[in-house]
Ligand binder design. Structure first.
Ligand code: ACM
Length: 718
């Protein structure tokens, strides 16, 4: 056992009041490492790290020097412990600034004067792999060894976690003695960021990239184009952003722009995209750009209608859902897309380029004589075949430029070259089929890895798609689908969480949706399958959340314990405590007003604006009060639009009706609803005497596609 002040038994360290003051880790607490490393051996002793201690790298090793500096800055910022980076030169002089122009000779032992060393040995690449590392903490200090820079970086991340097990702050850190040998289970540990539905600033994206790196994620799939916006400058086609980057500010978007008269706009210049790529690369993250082809193309067609099917110019969409606009199949349009890919490839060095391919409704192609004529001329049997023809051309173009195509799993429709990689959001059989056809796949399964789904059923949860995808749900997802052989499993590149941003107008909302679910994704994509254990993860999570606090991450506290509270009163319900009459397309959406401050959130089936209060206590209750909000209708439901329930409005005016027992039962109360410019209104109506508990049906008449009314609260009183 070591007894110097540098190296102590754990028992001694925690008996030492001065040191305990600087460290929050309890003696027997689990090491809060997320994702859990492949192998951890822990000793019953600690190494004491003090402010001013050095980190050493080999002289001339620029990559290790940069990584050590990243680590030192992170520790200083998040923990308040200042370390300095040095490089051994001739075994004596130490530089704190490495000059890459000078050839610094490698000699002397790194770590001679510094307790921490970051050692990159390319000769060890075979041993550690491209992303693995060994982290040793013992009486000799702290040593991170890797065969490649990414591994060294990840070793630094693990050490950072050890230094702040509970977000501890201050000048001294007690670092548990460990030997950690680590490498990832999967090589694609991804996050898809939708910058089309809502736009994030460059600074916000860089912040997110830093946080991804601290989860050992390595792919940012950047969803840059969609019906609601084209967000990347393309020099050859300036209207893509001059027109395609702006939409009318409808609903809550008006809060972002300052009013409904001001459009919602945003795009990244090529210089900004390059900066993001550079920033990500320094954190060992690949940026995989996604350009949607042949659907989700409305913003592009708003800019250049000649590339669309109808020849008409649509507006950039303000709606959510699946839109009809597809590119046409002319050679000129294919050339346009190749031009776009040329600029994309010049900006993004990533091997993979994503061409989307999802949700391309074929109606416009079916209805167009020109498209049908081309299809027949090409000898293609149907529209799925035509989609396949499109994707194959993009694949050939990318391949010819040394890149690989990836796309959502609809790219399998009508046949796909085996070289293409499938982003599997349908999972299950579709994923197994893709693997059996020899494709590499990345599992981006919906809903479990779709972060626009709610993460709790608490009423104060921000808006999102109902069906709760809890932290535990994400943690329980295995990227290798059931029924896949070992050979098949080798085609699973990894897993990806997907941040669709219809419900996320601000970066604060993004953070709420991302964290801590990103921690669960990190572990399923990095840690060995055999180590997966929810209770172990849950025990390590408080340490992770404390780190989030020290980084300023606005994570969801609800994700951990977010079940709905019991109704506060037997006489009142909010929309989360009511049932919807049907479950056709239930959403949890926010009202557009007020522009500032918290807005009401409604649980509503947009296909049928009707709610049930099960077993309402009607004894002695002679009044009912209902607050409702009206919202703009902004949904594309494709063929389902005709199934939206429209109840005839008496006297041509929308009204709320309250019925007894069922929606066809006795009409107990009714009140006309007046447009109030998207402000809430409160209805008070008398009730006839009814005894006992009964179901109440609250329904809205009128056409929700004109104005969408939703119940917020309902209460009964004597
Ligand atoms: C998707 O969710 N449309 C990929």
């Amino acid at each position: 056992m070591h007894t110097s002040l540098r190296h102590l038994s754990r028992a001694l360290a925690f008996a030492f009041p001065l040191l305990v003051a600087g460290a929050a880790q309890a003696d027997d607490a689990p090491l809060s490492l997320i994702p859990l490393p492949a192998e951890v051996q822990r000793q019953a002793s600690v190494f004491v790290l003090n402010a001013g201690d050095g980190i050493d790298v080999r002289a001339g090793d620029r990559q290790a020097f940069d990584i050590a500096n990243y680590f030192a800055a992170l520790v200083a910022k998040s923990r308040g412990l200042k370390l300095h980076v040095t490089a051994a030169v001739n075994g004596r002089t130490r530089l704190t600034k490495m000059d890459s122009d000078k050839q610094l000779r490698v000699s002397g032992a790194p770590g001679a004067d510094a307790p921490i060393v970051f050692l990159l040995s390319k000769a060890e690449a075979g041993r550690f792999g491209p992303e693995g590392y060994r982290l040793t903490v013992d009486g000799g200090g702290i040593r991170i060894e890797a065969g490649a820079p990414a591994g060294l970086f990840y070793g630094g991340v693990t050490l950072w976690q050890l230094l702040m097990p509970y977000g501890g702050h201050g000048a001294t850190a007690l670092v548990p003695d460990v030997v950690i040998e680590d490498r990832p289970r999967f090589r694609w540990r991804g996050l898809m960021l939708d910058s089309a539905r809502h736009f994030q600033s460059v600074a916000e994206i860089e912040q997110l990239i830093d946080w991804m790196a601290l989860h050992k994620l390595n792919v940012l799939q950047w969803h840059l184009t969609d019906d609601q916006g084209w967000r990347l400058e393309i020099r050859k086609y300036p209207k893509l952003t001059a027109i395609g980057a702006c939409r009318r500010a409808l609903g809550p978007d008006a809060a972002l722009t300052g009013g409904p008269g001001k459009p919602y706009c945003g795009f990244y210049t090529q210089a900004e995209a390059r900066e993001i790529v550079r920033y990500a690369a320094a954190r060992y993250i690949d940026v995989v750009p996604e350009i949607e082809i042949p659907g989700h193309a409305q913003a592009a067609i708003a800019a250049y209608p000649q590339f669309g099917v109808t020849g008409k110019r649509p507006a950039v969409s303000t709606d959510w859902g699946v839109h009809p606009y597809l590119y046409n199949v002319d050679d000129k349009t294919v050339r346009f897309l190749e031009d776009v890919l040329d600029e994309i490839m010049a900006l993004f060095p990533s091997t993979y380029i994503d061409v989307g391919g999802d949700e391309a409704l074929k109606d416009q192609w079916k209805a167009s004589p020109a498209v049908q004529a081309r299809m027949h001329a090409l000898g293609i049997a149907d529209e799925d075949g035509l989609q396949s023809w499109y994707i194959k051309q993009m694949e050939a173009y990318l391949s010819a430029h040394g890149r690989k195509l990836v796309g959502w799993d609809e790219i399998l429709q009508g046949g796909l070259p085996p070289e293409a990689t499938v982003m599997s959001w349908h999972g299950g059989d579709a994923a197994v089929q893709a693997i059996q056809q020899g494709h590499d796949v990345v599992m981006a399964y919906s809903p479990t890895l779709y972060l626009d789904y709610l993460q709790s059923s608490a009423h104060d949860e921000p808006p999102g798609r109902p069906t709760v995808v809890s932290l535990k749900d994400v943690y329980g997802f295995d990227p290798v689908p059931a029924g896949v052989t070992a050979t098949g499993a080798s085609h699973v590149l990894g897993a990806q969480i997907n941040l669709w941003t219809e419900y996320m107008p601000t970066f604060t909302r993004d953070q709420h949706s991302l964290f801590p679910r990103m921690a669960a994704l990190a572990e399923i994509a990095w840690s060995p399958a055999a180590s997966r254990d929810w209770s172990s993860f849950a025990a390590r999570l408080p340490g992770q959340l404390a780190r989030y606090d020290s980084l300023g991450i606005r994570y969801a506290k609800s994700s951990y314990d977010g079940s709905a509270a019991a109704p506060a009163s037997p006489d009142a319900r909010n929309s989360d405590e009511l049932n919807t009459c049907s479950e056709k397309l239930v959403l949890r959406i926010e009202g557009p007003r007020p522009l500032e401050g918290p807005r009401p959130v409604y649980r509503v089936d947009i296909m049928d604006t009707c709610w049930l209060w099960k077993q309402a206590p009607l004894d002695g209750m002679r009044h009912i009060s209902v607050t409702l909000g009206d919202m703009p209708w902004n949904y594309q439901l494709a063929h389902d639009i005709s199934s939206v329930v429209v109840r005839t409005a008496a006297q041509g005016q929308d009204a709320l009706e309250v019925h007894l027992d069922t929606c066809e039962g006795t009409l107990l109360a009714t009140a006309a609803l007046k447009d109030r410019g998207w402000l809430q209104q409160k209805i008070d109506a008398p009730l006839p005497a009814v005894t006992g508990n009964h179901d109440l049906c609250l329904l809205v008449t009128g056409d929700p596609k004109r104005l969408l009314w939703a119940v917020d609260t309902v209460s009964l009183s004597p």
